[in-house]
Design a protein around this ligand. Structure first.
Ligand code: ZN
Ligand code: ZN
Length: 530
């Protein structure tokens, strides 16, 4: 018969057709002459070899259902099933088994289907074969190569991990030439695989020699690529350490990456503050560099251990750390609490005295109250001014003497005082919300016993929550009082006595204008101390 019998009138060369993935044409060819399925091409490959090699499921199904043989060996003794295992498509492997594939066939090198699937690098396919119960991971080929040797030669760390797990393969097994998996990995410059093998078998495998008397370290040093140089550096560190030890994981790089955003941020901010007026420009130039440096990092840090990259955790922590420090060191002391504590509340100076009066006599003649004269400061008081006996000063626009601040609240700090109360109320509200979230996430409070359990275990949170509730209620009352006074253009001590109550929107306007601009409407009515 003519050797190109497959090139029939129906469609052409079956191998070509399979490589093009043309299923319809393939079906035509097979229908015309089923013997094409037994035809062997280059290397003794059958059409099924090609389909399995490509991992074309539909095509494999077509060939199998038309009687293609999964066990037909090629010139090297490898069957289409071996090819399917190497490709790693579990569905095709399963199809072949259902069509009578012999799992235990070995090729001319003595490699089993398991060896082929390991070389292919698909862990799922390896697991599938292992589940058949027909293989041992200690099986070697004719040259005593174990599956681990093959995995190390591909550099596939997933497969190496799988084979080392549960002692599936011995990490120090030597082949005919005395070559261990570490020899193979080191010769390839496979850093991650070498690290996994050393972690499993300890540093003693670093000193095992092959038939030529070479250790893995010797083989690695002969390599010329960057990977070989990196691996040589790593192995060099361990070569003089005791052989019964395992290489210690190094977390230096991990912690450096974790702290990098905080530390670099701190350095930049310190330099910026030292530069004075040029600090802003410096930050504008350097912070984009920092952001780019962080955002361009991968999910794993660039080390042989391949640890998860903590740079984003570090960035978030840096944000919280720097904001907290800035808030407590700069904003809070300067803007609110300390300023309210230390700022002049509006002490009455000699120049501020009411010019209309020069003596008590003139006061009496003008029919003014005697309280216009401060008997402690001996000064005539303008409107809305009162002497505080605790502070021993007269205070303009006197509101009250705050015991919590040990300070008078008056013209100089009244607005700031309101901001302080507002920010405290907001902070307490945030605390209450957060503690409610925390407790509701931890406890299902349906029964009385659940409440007791919570009360016993969470006293810290509960006591503080209760105190925060009380403080918040008190702050709300304080704010209502303050709004009442401020919205009338007055203080809580000198409440304005309007005959006609002003509409609410106008009072809001007055309060907002005071809060935002610090302006009070000019007094045009009589004020009365209450
Ligand atoms: Zn006084
Ligand atoms: Zn006072």
């Amino acid at each position: 018969m003519f050797p190109v019998a497959a090139q029939t009138l129906g469609g052409g060369d079956i191998f070509d057709t399979i490589q093009r993935g043309n299923i319809d044409q393939c079906a035509d060819i097979i229908q015309l002459d089923r013997s094409t399925l037994r035809q062997k091409g280059w290397g003794g490959f059958t059409p099924l070899h090609y389909a399995a090699y490509q991992g074309n499921r539909a095509l494999t199904q077509l060939l199998l259902s038309n009687g293609a043989d999964s066990n037909a060996p090629c010139d090297a003794g490898q069957t289409p099933f071996h090819f399917a295992c190497r490709n790693g498509n579990v569905s095709i492997m399963h199809q072949m088994l259902q069509h009578g594939a012999d799992v235990q066939t070995v090729d001319q090198q003595g490699k089993t289907a398991l060896h082929h699937s390991v070389a292919g690098g698909n862990v799922l396919a390896i697991q599938y074969l292992q589940e058949t119960g027909m293989f041992r991971f200690s099986d070697t080929d004719r040259f005593l190569l174990t599956p681990l040797h093959l995995a190390a030669s591909t550099g596939n760390s997933d497969v190496v991990r799988y084979l080392l797990r549960n002692n599936r393969c011995a990490a120090d097994a030597a082949d005919q030439q005395g070559v261990t998996p570490l020899h193979v990995a080191a010769e390839k410059g496979a850093i991650e695989v070498s690290w996994l093998l050393l972690q499993e078998a300890g540093l003693q495998i670093l000193h095992l020699k092959n038939r030529q008397g070479l250790t893995p370290f010797d083989l690695c040093r002969q390599g010329t690529t960057f990977r070989h140089q990196q691996l040589t550096q790593i192995l060099k560190r361990f070569i003089n350490e005791p052989t019964d030890q395992k290489p210690k994981e190094s977390y230096g790089m991990f912690y450096w990456t974790l702290l990098f955003p905080s530390l670099s941020g701190a350095v930049i901010l310190l330099v910026a503050s030292a530069l004075g007026g040029y600090g802003g420009i410096f930050c504008a130039l350097v912070f984009p560099w920092l952001a780019r440096n962080i955002l361009s990092q991968y999910h794993r840090i660039n080390s042989y251990q391949g640890l998860p990259n903590p740079v984003y955790v570090g960035t978030l922590a840096a944000g919280m750390f720097h904001s907290t420090v800035c808030f407590y060191y700069k904003i809070l002391p300067n803007i609110l609490y300390c300023t309210v504590l230390t700022q002049n509340p509006g002490r009455l100076q000699q120049d501020d005295a009411d010019p209309r009066f020069s003596s008590v006599m003139s006061l009496v003649e003008a029919n003014e109250k005697g309280s216009r004269f401060c008997i402690y400061c001996e000064i005539f008081l303008p409107d809305n001014c009162k002497h505080c006996r605790l502070c021993n000063v007269c205070v303009l626009d006197y509101d009250h003497h705050c015991l919590f601040l040990n300070q008078c609240i008056g013209r100089g700090n009244h607005r700031l005082f309101l901001f302080l109360i507002l920010s405290m109320a907001a902070a307490h509200l945030i605390f209450l919300y957060a503690s409610a979230c925390y407790l509701s996430a931890r406890y299902v409070l349906l029964s009385r016993s659940a409440w007791w359990t919570m009360a016993a275990a969470q006293t810290w949170v509960l006591v503080l929550t209760a105190m925060n509730v009380l403080t918040f209620v008190w702050e709300c009352w304080l704010l209502v009082e303050q709004f009442e006074a401020v919205s009338m253009g007055s203080t809580t001590y000198f409440k304005r006595c309007d005959r006609v109550r002003r509409p609410l929107w106008r009072r809001w306007g007055t309060a907002m204008s005071f809060l935002l601009e610090g302006k009070r409407p000019q007094p045009h009515r009589v004020y009365e101390a209450v």
